[in-house]
Design a protein around this ligand. Structure first.
Ligand code: BMX
Length: 295
């Protein structure tokens, strides 16, 4: 796949924001964003996608890719893994509804799409064993081995945020205890801030940590520590050549440096080059459009 061949539209529906873009010759030329209604029905989520696309000038039949938070199984059914993030999405025929309301489109997980884009056009180019991690509302991931995105029948492959962490102690919205996501993701960061008496979102906690506020530094250090542990675990499982970190928290100033510093304390064998996702917030959008060639 050549990046400049990508022309069309893409949607990235995350746990906090829904982004839509018009892509011309591999570049995002117009981008729109709105808040995700986390409690909305799946039908309402599809309508929200359609509204954003309409405003971008999308017409039925234009090439389009859709990436969403949550797993998409091989039958095209969409399920929240963390039911605290999307409260009303469980086994919905996303591919069918999109085909009916918007037009035929490939639907994929947001982090899997981003992983593919980073592997083909970004930080993972030329790496044989590559992973992408998004640190955003949740902790998502995609694994690309020998140029192939790892997929599974149930769509759970790559959901690395649902592995466990020694820094975690809470019950995750996935039903698992002590997951990486339950301590490191944006919702966990905001909850920890609330518990510390600061009713702010994860982005504000990142900014406060950067400015040196001790309460915020403690929360972000815990998140980065859990992500560094996950990186070392992935190194052990896959022998990674490199791992790119994206997502609104992962891309925030100082976050990657914290992950690298904590990873440096692990034995040498588990050190993996940790890179910034070079496509930034465009990665899931470009991947959503590119992935139709793969799935
Ligand atoms: C969660 C999970 C993943 C997703 C990841 C990042 C849900 C609803 N989401 O681990 O499918 O890839 O979050 O997504 O179960 P985001 O919401 O942070 O963009």
């Amino acid at each position: 796949m050549i990046r400049s061949d990508l022309t069309g539209f893409a949607v990235d529906l995350g746990g906090t924001k829904i982004a839509a873009a018009r892509i011309v010759a591999g570049e995002v030329v117009v981008r729109r964003q709105a808040d995700t209604d986390r409690t909305g029905s799946p039908e309402q989520q599809v309508m929200a996608m359609f509204e954003q696309l309409n405003l971008l000038g999308f017409k039925r039949g234009d090439p389009i890719g859709i990436a969403v938070t949550g797993r998409i199984d091989r039958a095209g059914l969409w399920h929240a893994v963390n039911t605290g993030t999307l409260t009303s999405v469980g086994g919905f025929d996303l591919a069918g509804a999109v085909a009916h309301d918007i037009g035929p489109a490939t639907c994929s997980n947001d982090a899997a799409a981003a992983a593919l884009a980073e592997a083909q056009f970004g930080a993972g180019r030329a790496l044989r064993s590559f992973a992408y991690l998004t640190v955003s509302t949740g902790i998502g991931g995609g694994l690309v081995m020998d140029g192939r995105l790892l997929t599974s029948t149930n769509g759970l492959a790559g959901h690395v945020g649902f592995t466990t962490s020694i820094s975690a102690k809470d019950l995750c919205g996935s039903g698992r205890q002590s997951t990486v996501e339950s301590v490191a993701g944006g919702r966990a960061i905001a909850a920890a801030a609330r518990a510390a008496g600061h009713d702010v979102d994860a982005r504000a906690v990142c900014a406060a940590a950067l400015a040196g506020a001790p309460w915020a530094e403690a929360i972000i250090a815990r998140s980065a520590g859990a992500v560094a542990g996950l990186v070392a675990d992935l190194a052990a499982i896959l022998g990674l050549d490199g791992i790119a970190i994206g997502g609104s928290i992962g891309l925030s100033s100082g976050y990657l440096a914290r992950v690298r510093a904590i990873l440096a304390a692990e034995p040498m064998l588990f050190h993996v080059p940790v890179m910034v996702a070079t496509l930034g917030n465009d990665a899931p959008l470009l991947g959503a459009l590119a992935i139709s060639e793969v799935l």
